[in-house]
Design a protein around this ligand. Structure first.
Ligand SMILES: Nc1ncnc2c1ncn2[C@@H]1O[C@H](COP(=O)(O)OP(=O)(O)OP(=O)(O)O)[C@@H](O)[C@H]1O
Ligand SMILES: [Mg+2]
Length: 457
């Protein structure tokens, strides 16, 4: 049986945590301070430790240090206050496997625990092989456990087994291709090919012969017959990236394949039956493209059976610490060297930046910073100028999608809390409310995201 140690001085939170974990079948021991936890670190008895950061006598960072030293195989998850991005950064920076925030989001909690145990299992099996190095659970490669990402995982799990076409939308660099691959990898087609095609990179006639292939002599230079990507993807998944950039002729041809289940190579006479699942992506507003007549409405309906919306990074700053750690570990694996560390000031800056280029921009920033950092420690001056300068989240982004007042309140509070490094006293001052009102609002928004799952009652 999996044994866990819970370290939490707040009795209500402690009981709740124990109840959830025991309900999931774990053997849970609980203590109310870091001191007894530190004493037990050498026992090697625990598969997982969850510890509050701030406790009266001995805090979570000391618990973390004790376990890192004496029981390095035991993942430690730290418990931070809601919106405390700096605290979360610190936790990860000190080597915590992950963090969860209070008040608990049960779904996030379960996912975090499951991932930590999975990682422990993998490293035990492979003799401390790097996690995520192998194939493993593909969604595990997608990092982040903010509510919008949890919603993405849920949707992916739901649509993957079917052959429904999926449209992945989102700003540049939000992970659209990653999600397309995850859908394929979790589908019954996983052993068959996943074939990505970028519709922007090729001219219309080239794209046509790439997708459908061509017969020998179909056009000047077609000295031999060529198989198209639809055929290559047979039995698997074809990923049409940037489909919004596709011209009218190609749109008509794709529509025909979707309707008839067969295609004809350029210059060919025989139709070929293909069994291909289509996943498409775009960073354009296809609704608007349809209205303006640039994109066929009938094709739009065909490719858009299910829509997965990738949230921009600025709406999920809580995912930044984990992404930072993920990229640093990735670089270390690739270069075969020790993982770089990131100074607390640099971490705080990363957490405050608005990331218009989303995860890709963050990944590039980390790549660059690690490359120029001296002594394997990333300092603020190693970060790109726009991050170092500290451009705060653009206020307009708060209301871009016309949220409800309740949602806006939640976002605004999260933003101000993040700007104040999770300090509730300062955040309350900035918001012009007293601390208790802020606590209640945080509680409320925690409840709101917990309740997303249940049907309205
Ligand atoms: N949630 C995530 N966890 C880990 N890595 C991520 C995540 N999201 C994106 N990435 C990484 O960021 C980079 C960009 O992701 P991806 O190519 O999937 O984005 P995209 O939405 O297709 O971007 P574009 O619109 O520019 O094509 C990739 O290196 C990808 O591995
Ligand atoms: Mg892409």
């Amino acid at each position: 049986m999996t044994r866990m140690l819970v370290v939490e001085d707040d009795a209500v939170a402690r009981d709740l945590l124990c109840e959830i974990l025991r309900g999931d079948g774990f053997d849970v021991e609980a203590v109310d301070d870091g001191a007894p936890a530190v004493e037990r670190a050498g026992d090697g008895r625990y598969d997982l430790v969850m510890s509050d950061v701030r406790m009266e006598r001995v805090g979570g960072l000391e618990v973390l240090r004790a376990f890192t030293e004496k029981s390095p195989g035991t993942p430690v998850i730290l418990i931070t206050a809601f919106g405390d991005v700096t605290g979360a950064m610190e936790a990860i920076g000190h080597g915590a496997y992950d963090y969860v925030s209070k008040p608990f989001n049960v779904e996030e909690l379960r996912l975090t625990v499951a991932r930590a145990l999975e990682r422990r299992r993998l490293s035990a099996e492979a003799g401390a092989a790097p996690p995520g190095g192998g194939k493993g659970n593909q969604v595990a490669e997608i990092e982040g456990k903010s509510q919008p990402m949890l919603d993405v995982y849920k949707l992916v799990a739901r649509v993957a087994p079917s052959t429904a076409t999926v449209l992945v939308v989102g700003e540049s660099g939000t992970g659209k291709e990653l999600v397309a691959r995850a859908i394929h990898n979790r589908s019954p087609r996983a052993t068959k090919p996943f074939v990505p095609v970028n519709c922007t990179a090729l001219s219309e006639s080239l794209l046509e012969s790439e997708l459908f292939g061509h017969a020998r002599g179909a056009f000047t230079g077609a000295v031999a017959a060529k198989r198209g990507l639809f055929e290559t993807a047979n039995g698997g998944t074809l990923f049409l990236d940037e489909i919004g950039d596709m011209g009218p002729k190609m749109q008509a041809q794709i529509l025909r394949v979707l309707q008839d289940g067969e295609m004809r190579p350029v210059g060919g006479t025989e139709a070929i039956r293909v069994d291909v699942r289509l996943v498409c992506a775009t960073n354009r507003d296809l609704d608007a493209e349809v209205k303006s007549g640039r994109f066929r409405e009938d094709l739009y309906f065909r490719i858009n059976v299910v829509t997965v919306r990738m949230p921009p990074l600025r709406d999920r700053a809580g995912d930044i610490p984990i992404l930072v750690r993920h990229f640093i570990a990735k670089i270390a694996r690739r270069e075969g060297r020790a993982e770089a560390s990131v100074s607390p000031e640099a971490l705080a800056m990363l957490g405050r930046h608005a990331w218009p280029g989303n995860v890709r921009e963050l990944e590039n920033a980390i790549e660059r910073a690690v490359a120029i950092a001296k002594g394997n420690v990333v300092l603020p001056s190693d970060l790109p100028a726009e991050v170092y300068g500290g451009s705060p989240v653009a206020p307009a982004s708060l209301i871009d999608d016309r949220p409800t007042l309740g949602e806006l309140e939640k976002r605004y509070i999260a933003l101000v809390l993040a700007e104040c490094g999770g300090n509730k006293k300062r955040a309350a001052e900035k918001l012009g409310i007293d601390r208790r009102t802020l606590y209640r609002a945080i509680e409320r928004s925690g409840d709101a995201s917990d309740g997303d799952d249940e049907s309205d009652s």
